[in-house]
Design a binder for this molecule. Structure first.
Ligand code: GLP
Length: 243
């Protein structure tokens, strides 16, 4: 596990975007695992800028996103599908048909989850997975639990996650209570993982997840067992770890 200390949010975004950009330059047909939330927005902005300047070409890239709210369609402006189009796909030269997210409106959720796993496998697996981290240590929407969930599945969101994500909705009642997410096993199969953390409110969980015990009560802690993980954090998020 390597830690890359960034000065602030801007610097973190630039460093993480550079790692992802390098991945695409080294392997133009990369399968990128992508994330939502507020943390990756700066990365997407940088990548858009570099793509528009001709420095990075996404035309052969495929993407698979970590998660999607259950019950929200791609047209819903609160869906992760909409977020990805607006904040990234729309602005780069990726082929929209090469971008994938779990289907929030799937009639048969279980079948759709298995199909998502098969899709990732058929793409040849994820070359680089981008992750954020929730305050309770969730990655994707894998909430603290008794076991590490293996494959893409439907989850009941933790109260703290609903509370944290209400800022994106008009009121808390509009936050979906369930989501589809890649499993911990799906994430761990990615060849490389880049996790970003920003702000002092992430300092405790960063220390607990990456320098504490590996436990399903802190889902991100499993990343300690992956062979190629890079954590890019700003000074505030890294305030409580030993570098
Ligand atoms: C959501 C997403 C996660 C993300 C987390 C942290 O719950 N499902 O993938 O990592 O929020 O978000 P933020 O970066 O806004 O703190």
């Amino acid at each position: 596990m390597r830690f890359i200390l960034a000065k602030d949010y801007e610097d973190m975004s630039k460093k993480a975007a550079t790692i992802i950009g390098a991945q695409v330059i080294l392997k133009p047909s990369s399968v990128l695992g992508l994330a939502t939330g507020s943390s990756p927005l700066g990365i997407y902005k940088k990548l858009i800028q570099w793509c528009k300047a001709g420095a990075i070409d996404f035309s052969k890239v495929c993407s698979v996103n970590l998660d999607e709210y259950r019950g929200l369609s791609a047209e819903d402006d609160q869906s992760y599908n909409y977020y990805m189009s607006e904040n990234f796909f729309h602005e780069i030269n990726i082929d929209k048909s090469n971008t994938h997210l779990p289907d929030g409106m799937a009639k048969d959720g279980e079948k759709a989850c298995v199909a998502y796993e098969v899709l990732i496998e058929n793409l040849g697996g994820i070359d680089m997975q981008l992750l954020g981290i929730g305050h309770n240590g969730h990655i994707g929407f894998n909430e603290p639990a008794e076991d590490f969930p293996v494959i893409t599945h439907c989850v009941d969101l933790a109260e703290s996650t609903i509370e944290a994500n209400k800022r994106f909705f008009t009121n808390i009642d509009q936050v979906p209570k369930q989501a589809y997410t890649m499993g911990i096993g799906t994430i761990m199969k990615a060849k490389k993982i880049v996790l970003i953390a920003t702000g002092e409110d992430k300092a405790d969980i960063v220390a607990k997840a990456f320098q504490g015990d590996v436990t399903p009560q802190v889902p991100a802690s499993i990343l300690q067992l992956h062979s190629d993980v890079t954590i890019v954090g700003d000074e505030k998020a890294f305030a409580k770890i030993k570098l």
